[in-house]
Write a protein that binds this ligand. Structure first.
Ligand SMILES: Nc1ncnc2c1ncn2[C@@H]1O[C@H](CCC(=O)c2cccc(C(=O)O)c2)[C@@H](O)[C@H]1O
Ligand SMILES: [Zn+2]
Length: 340
């Protein structure tokens, strides 16, 4: 099954830019910036990336954000993330980027956009992996962060060509979703799709808020939706996909154990489930491993895994021709694998 997954063409819809930095890249950036508390030794990083709770995870996450200080750091990170995705046969990825975190640390906004765009184009040409961006508001940083993120995402002189969606991340406790409505309204009016995190660390009401106030088209995590049958039925009826990231939920202690993960309930309720990796090196995983976890939890064979990969393509913001191309590739690969 592992070999099948490794070769399966895939789409990744929920993966964070900084959270995808491989131990090698983190070590390289930490060596470039020796005043940082982040270990330079990839072995020591495993310990450093063990979290006591969600707040601890965000603390550690921000220490890695602090390593990214120049447009060249941004370009290197983005290009290397694309290389890791390509290695896993990811044909298309929507990468969540928090531009506010970089501009507030002094990186020039236009140089930042040039760096990600330059890496995106190089990755597409060299690896064949298509990257698109989701700019997210770090909700806990307040409305100033929301305003800045919205400006960077909607100003025609600044917004990068690869930007397709608008998100909201970070802690949910004490950060109610409805306050971000005006910012999502502006982003949606500018043609961006709405993909907030919700129901990762708080209950189903947060998912309802994301749907009602932020007009979410997909939900990041949505784990607690399982506690609300009406919500599950609503997600299924409106084909609002959940971006499920199983290992992340255990690593941040949002869910106690993999066997208690509600992914099975989602599928049973007819919700469109997609499999994603969130912050793979920080959680000691990658997208291939998340598919293996899903195969175990959902008891899937090759056809089931191919269908799951197809869900991510369906729920993506690719155009119809782009979707058809990857779905054909999935079908051809799977038929070839199963042929006697
Ligand atoms: N599993 C996750 N669930 C949710 N979010 C996740 C997850 N993984 C990664 N993130 C990222 O963490 C960022 C959080 C950044 C943040 O809270 C913050 C607060 C105050 C100041 C600053 C700053 O930069 O100065 C940043 C989010 O924007 C999001 O992109
Ligand atoms: Zn996330």
């Amino acid at each position: 099954m592992h070999a099948f997954i490794a070769g399966l063409p895939k789409a990744e819809l929920h993966v964070h830019h900084v959270g995808s930095a491989s131990p090698r890249i983190v070590a390289e950036l930490a060596a470039r910036h020796p005043d940082s508390k982040v270990p330079t030794d990839p072995e020591a990083l495993v310990d450093y990336f063990t979290f006591t709770d969600f707040a601890h995870f965000i603390d550690v996450y921000l220490s890695v954000v602090d390593l990214i200080r120049t447009p060249e750091d941004v370009r290197l990170l983005t290009y290397e993330v694309a290389r890791d995705l390509a290695r896993q046969q990811v044909r298309y990825a929507e990468l969540t980027i928090t531009p506010f975190s970089s501009t507030r640390r002094g990186i020039d906004e236009l140089a930042f956009m040039d760096a990600i765009e330059d890496a995106r184009k190089a990755a597409e040409a060299e690896f064949g992996t298509v990257l698109r961006w989701c700019f997210d508001i770090p909700g806990e940083a307040g409305l100033e962060a929301a305003e800045e993120t919205t400006r960077l995402a909607t100003d025609d002189r600044i917004r990068p060509e690869g930007l397709v969606s608008f998100g909201l991340g970070g802690p949910e406790i004490g950060v109610p979703r409805p306050q971000f409505k005006p910012y999502f309204d502006r982003a949606i009016a500018a043609g961006l799709r709405s993909v907030p995190h919700a129901g990762e660390t708080t209950g189903p009401q947060t998912v309802w808020d994301a749907l009602t106030h932020l007009r979410a088209e997909r939900i990041g995590h949505g784990t607690s939706s399982a506690q609300d049958e009406k919500l599950l039925a609503h997600l299924a009826e409106h084909r609002i996909a959940l971006e499920v990231c199983p290992t992340s939920n255990i690593a941040t202690r949002a869910v106690r154990t993999l066997d208690e993960h509600p992914i099975k309930e989602f599928v049973k309720a007819g919700v469109l489930v997609t499999i994603n990796s969130d912050d793979p090196p920080m959680f000691g995983t990658d997208l291939d491993n998340e598919y293996a976890v899903a195969a175990r939890l959902l008891d899937l064979d090759e056809r089931g895994l191919a269908a799951l990969a197809g869900n991510a393509v369906d729920a993506s913001f690719l155009d119809e021709a782009g979707k058809a191309r990857i779905k054909d590739e999935i079908e051809t690969y799977t038929a070839g694998w199963l042929a006697p």
